[in-house]
Every structure is written in structure tokens, then in C-alpha cells.
Design a protein around this ligand. Structure first.
Ligand code: AHR
Length: 515
């Protein structure tokens, strides 16, 4: 009999198991009326003043020959709209706790410069500021998520920022906004109170930060008494469960809209491995780290459940993704890396985890959107390409705001040098038009997997599919071959009287649609 594991647990206990390639994984879909809706914000992105994310990425300035709208590249806006980008976090990251928003408003020539201490020590001229970002979000149709400066900022400064962006009445900050050319407030909903307060955000203890949070949150009125702002606590570093426990215990729930979690898929922080010339071992270790997200979300959720059984407070995974050594020859402080099929598998499997935990995970932000870490878009002067991760986000966008269809199955194993991981990752949802979407990932680098799903009771008749795969795990889209990895039609399944029989190739991502 095939040795298998429950997808959530026991990964390490199963290290000795062998893989039985020809067996079929039976996946059961539960049409559960109480299942949560998958918040579209799980498909959020992150843009920091880091390397070429903002300058040379999103923002080229309005005198550039690259087609732009008030300095923001039109091709990037179009690509992200196509992705249905629901929200965008800005201005950091570590940069956020050095950022003073008043430096980035008013006439360009009067804006002071600062040195970007975290990212390459470059001089930041503040030419991309609050108006530029919030107007860009309007172009994108995305909710802005502003990260406030707690580490080196003041309570007054953050409370002023909220008033500046959100107040329509007469006040010092709304008058200033109007003077700078914007009459109507933008009504920013999502506000981060610091970033990585345990590290670059101020090296605080959880207890100290909880006190700071309470103080900052107290003065962040929404100014119009609509209850409209969501205050988000800087969350734990991966498996720091004590951090979540202390915040949940010490911050009154009515002050807490969300608690963050940051987790990067990293082989080893001291030796992160090459972005594209990696071995199967490098791939396996990256996926080991990425799939740890299941355990992290489960355990952080269990802590949150103790203090908030009604699940009012959202878990917000506001930084996630693969982190490798920078592309050879690029500035180490700019975190530019190539994006391969490994990243597509990583994204597909991680998004399945978030979908399946939609009862608590209500926002996530891939790090980062353009030219940094696991980017969905890369640029080289006037050229722009989308990455395999972009294609995954695009296919998975069908899950946004759809009702989760909980799954149960036992994953076969992907075994490498005596260690094992679940080989199959899956999630499913039903959208408001009744269409069913099933996203499947085969994590195994060498073996195909057979999956069987009973779809008789789902109220759909026919299925179509799309796949993201390539000849090699190390393949990527370059500026010369921008379409090497794009979604193509998937025919590797048969519907046998209400039973879908699917064969999914190694390291590939499939999304099936039933209508
Ligand atoms: O995304 C890069 C950096 O990673 C962010 O600035 C920081 O929050 C995290 O450590």
C-alpha cells in the first residue's frame, strides 16, 4: 500500500517513506455551506523603496520616453490590472520605519533627500511619494496598504498621515492635501503599524511593541467615524509563536484589525543559493521552507483562536516568497533575482495554503511586485516581462472572493535523499456565477502524479484546464524569450462519468475550471 501523509501534519515523521508513482491520489471536495470566502486580498502585492522596485520599476517619471501616466509605467499598470491586483503594500518593508511621509509631498524640487540605509545606501530623492502611490493605486484599481513608521517616527506623524489621506473636512492635514492638488481624500483602509518591529523596525521585544502598538493605534482615528480603517500589527518572524501570543494577549481586539506574519522560503540565510543555477537539492530545500507555511499558518491561527474565537482579527501574511542570492553582477542591496519554474511551484503551493486557511488568512502580500525577490514583473529599461509567478497569480485570480470548497486528501510523497514532502498541493473554490476552480500543484521534481476527483455534486458539467510547466525547473522568462513559460491549455484529464482523472506532470501548476 502506498505510504502517504496527511497534508497538514507529519511531514518530518514520514522521512523514510518511498514514493509509489503509479498510485492515484483521491481528492474529495466538500460542498460545505459554512466554508469561508477566499478574500481577494490574499492575492495582494508589495512595493518597497528597494532596488529597482519603485525607481526604474513602477516609476520612471513623467519626462521618460517610456509610456507613463504621471510617471508610472503604463505597461506595468496594464499587466497588474490584468492580474486583478487587489491591494498593494507600500513603502516598506524595512524602509517604512525610516520613511517620513511629509518628505514625499509638495513640489518635487523642495522635497528633501534621505539615504536608504537598508537597501544599498542609495540616495532617495522622495520623488515618488504619497500622492504618486495613492494615485497609482487608483489607476490599478487596488486598495492601498500603507506601512506606518513606528521605529523612527512619531505618533503624531502617523496620525497626521491618516488625516492627510482620509479626512474630507477642514483640518490642517486635509488643507495641506488640497494645497498639494488633491481635493477628495483617498480613504485608505489598510494601515500597518510598523514593520518587523522585532528586527529592522526597532529590535523591540513583543511586550514593548504591543505597548507601542496600543499607543500608535489610539491616535489613528479614521477621522470620519466610519469605522473604516484596519490597523495591522507588525507580525512574527516565521515561527516566533510567542510574538503572536503576546500581541493577542496584550492588544484589545477592538484595536486590532490584523496581525502580520512574515515568512520567506530560504535554503539558508547564510547561503541562499543561486536564483537559477540550482540543483534538485536546492529546489527541495526551497520547497521545504516554502511548505512550512502550512504549519506556520496553522499554529499562528491556533494562538489567535484562543483570544479571538470568532476570528474577527485577520492573519495577514504581508511578506512571503522565495529569497535567493541576487542575480550575478547586480547590486547585493537591490535583491534582484530571476524567477524560474521553482517560483511558480512555490507560488502555487503557497496560495493553496492561504486559500485553504481563508477562515483566518484574509490578506497576503507577495514580496515583491517588480524587480525585487519573487517578482511578478521584471523590467530592463523600456522592456518589461512577466514571470512564471505572474502566470500563477493570473490563473489563481479566479479564486478571489470565491467560496472555498474544502478538500480532503492524502498527498503522496516527494522524496529526496531520504527526506519527504507532500507532492500534491490543491485548493478549490466556487465563484459567484457557480463556476468551480481547482488549483493543483505537483511539487515532485521527477514524477508525474495521478489525481482523481469526484465532481458529480458540484453542479457543473464540463471542465477545461490550463497548465504552467516547462522542460526544466530552472527555466525562466528572459527579455529575449519573454514567453518561454506562460499558461497553456491542459488536456491531461478525462471526465469519466463525474470522476475527473488527472495526470499532472512534474513541477507544474494546473487550474481546472468547471462550468
Ligand atoms: O522584502 C525585503 C525585506 O524583507 C523587507 O524590507 C523586510 O520587511 C523583510 O525583512
Amino acid at each position: 500500500m502506498k505510504k502517504a501523509i496527511l497534508i497538514t501534519f507529519l511531514i518530518t515523521l514520514c522521512n523514510q517513506a518511498s514514493f509509489a508513482q503509479n498510485e492515484t491520489t483521491v481528492l474529495t471536495i466538500k460542498n460545505n455551506a459554512d466554508a469561508p470566502t477566499i478574500d481577494k486580498n490574499i492575492y495582494g502585492h508589495f512595493a518597497e523603496h528597494l532596488g529597482r522596485c519603485i525607481y526604474g520599476g513602477f516609476f520612471v517619471g513623467d519626462t521618460s520616453k517610456i509610456p507613463n501616466t504621471k510617471g508610472v509605467r503604463n505597461d506595468i499598470v496594464a499587466a497588474l490590472k490584468d492580474l486583478k491586483i487587489p491591494n498593494l503594500r507600500w513603502p516598506g518593508g524595512c524602509f517604512a520605519d525610516t520613511y517620513h511621509w511629509k518628505d514625499g509631498i509638495g513640489p518635487q524640487e523642495q522635497r528633501p533627500t534621505i539615504v536608504n540605509k537598508w537597501w544599498g545606501g542609495v540616495t532617495e530623492d522622495n520623488s515618488f511619494g504619497t500622492h504618486d502611490f495613492l494615485n497609482m493605486c487608483e489607476l490599478l484599481g487596488a486598495e492601498p496598504y500603507l506601512s506606518g513608521n513606528v521605529g523612527s517616527g512619531t505618533v503624531q506623524e502617523l496620525s497626521d498621515w491618516v488625516q492627510y489621506t482620509n479626512f474630507s473636512g477642514k483640518s490642517p492635514m486635509s488643507d495641506l492635501r488640497k494645497k498639494n492638488g488633491r481635493t477628495e481624500p483617498w480613504k485608505v483602509k489598510f494601515w500597518g503599524i510598523g514593520n518587523e518591529a522585532w528586527g529592522c523596525g526597532g529590535n523591540m521585544t513583543a511586550e514593548y511593541y504591543a505597548g507601542e502598538y496600543r499607543k500608535f493605534a489610539t491616535f489613528m482615528s479614521d477621522w470620519e467615524n466610519t469605522g473604516g480603517i484596519t490597523r495591522i500589527a507588525s507580525g512574527s518572524n516565521s515561527a516566533d509563536y510567542n510574538w503572536t501570543e503576546v500581541l493577542m494577549k496584550n492588544i484589545p481586539l477592538n484595536m486590532l484589525g490584523g496581525v502580520g506574519v512574515h515568512h520567506y522560503a530560504v535554503i539558508d540565510w547564510g547561503k541562499k543559493g543561486d536564483d537559477r543555477n540550482f540543483t534538485e537539492e536546492g529546489y527541495f530545500k526551497t520547497m521545504q521552507s516554502a511548505l512550512k507555511m502550512e504549519e506556520l499558518v496553522t499554529k499562528h491561527s491556533a494562538i489567535m483562536d484562543k483570544y479571538d474565537p470568532e476570528k474577527k482579527v485577520a492573519m495577514i501574511v504581508d511578506e512571503w516568497g522565495g529569497w535567493y542570492e541576487v542575480e550575478q553582477g547586480t547590486n547585493p542591496g537591490f535583491l534582484y533575482q530571476q524567477n524560474t519554474m521553482r517560483d511558480a511551484v512555490l507560488a502555487g503551493a503557497t496560495l493553496n495554503i492561504f486559500n485553504n486557511h481563508a477562515d483566518r488568512v484574509r490578506m497576503a502580500n507577495l514580496a515583491q511586485c517588480v524587480n525585487v525577490l519573487q517578482a511578478v514583473i521584471l523590467t530592463d529599461k523600456a522592456k518589461m516581462i512577466t514571470t512564471p509567478t505572474y502566470s500563477v497569480m493570473k490563473l489563481y485570480s479566479v479564486h478571489q472572493d470565491a467560496k472555498l470548497l474544502p478538500l480532503s486528501f492524502q498527498s503522496p510523497l516527494y522524496t529526496f535523499k531520504g527526506e519527504s514532502l507532500p507532492a500534491v498541493s490543491a485548493s478549490a473554490s466556487k465563484d459567484k456565477n457557480g463556476a468551480v476552480h481547482i488549483s493543483l500543484v505537483n511539487v515532485d521534481a521527477k514524477n508525474k502524479n495521478k489525481i482523481e476527483i469526484d465532481v458529480k455534486d458540484l453542479g457543473v458539467k464540463t471542465f477545461t484546464g490550463m497548465i504552467i510547466t516547462s522542460a526544466k525547473l530552472q527555466d525562466y522568462n528572459s527579455f529575449d524569450t519573454p514567453n518561454k513559460i506562460v499558461p497553456t491549455v491542459f488536456k491531461g484529464f478525462e471526465n469519466k462519468k463525474g470522476k475527473l482523472e488527472i495526470t499532472i506532470p512534474p513541477f507544474s501548476v494546473v487550474v481546472l475550471e468547471g462550468k
